[in-house]
Design a protein around this ligand. Structure first.
Ligand code: SME
Length: 139
């Protein structure tokens, strides 16, 4: 994880950060960054086997919109048991959404889907909250 973090710190742009997370962490099946535009989250760089139809999500809708509204990380162990969940890929079993915030204002978020149930633990949350802090400095 520390090697990965160092590479992320040296990454040239947001797409490179997304690519590193996707390519280097086995259980990260789809990785995307949404950026706040007005009252919506708009999909920016992403990497995964398929594009998502959810390229614009109103703040407050879905797991993504909930994290943007609260400014708190959302971890969903079983997406099929969460009524907020907006389905993107039939293979997804769990999801983590980490807000990118500066001075209390949410600028965007990191959204990661996993094909494994309950894939996201404390190490993922710590890594991704740190990465979100780095992105907030650049955004
Ligand atoms: N599942 C998200 C929508 C985005 S896709 O996972 C890429 C949600 O419930 O907000």
């Amino acid at each position: 994880m520390n090697d990965l973090l160092q590479e992320i710190e040296e990454a040239a742009d947001l797409q490179a950060v997304v690519d590193l997370l996707h390519d280097r962490v086995e259980h990260y099946s789809w990785v995307g960054v949404y950026l706040v535009e007005g009252d919506d989250l708009v999909l920016g760089p992403w990497k995964g086997p398929q594009a998502t139809e959810h390229v614009r999500i109103p703040v407050g809708q879905g797991v993504c919109g909930a994290a943007a509204a609260s400014g708190e990380t959302e971890v969903v162990d079983d997406v099929n048991a969460d009524p907020r969940y907006l389905a993107c890929f039939p293979s997804t079993r769990s999801e983590i959404v980490v807000p990118i915030a500066r001075e209390g204002r949410v600028l965007g978020e990191i959204d990661i889907d996993s094909d494994q149930p309950a894939a996201f633990g404390d190490a993922d949350r710590e890594l991704l909250e740190h990465v979100a802090g780095l992105i907030a400095l650049l955004a």
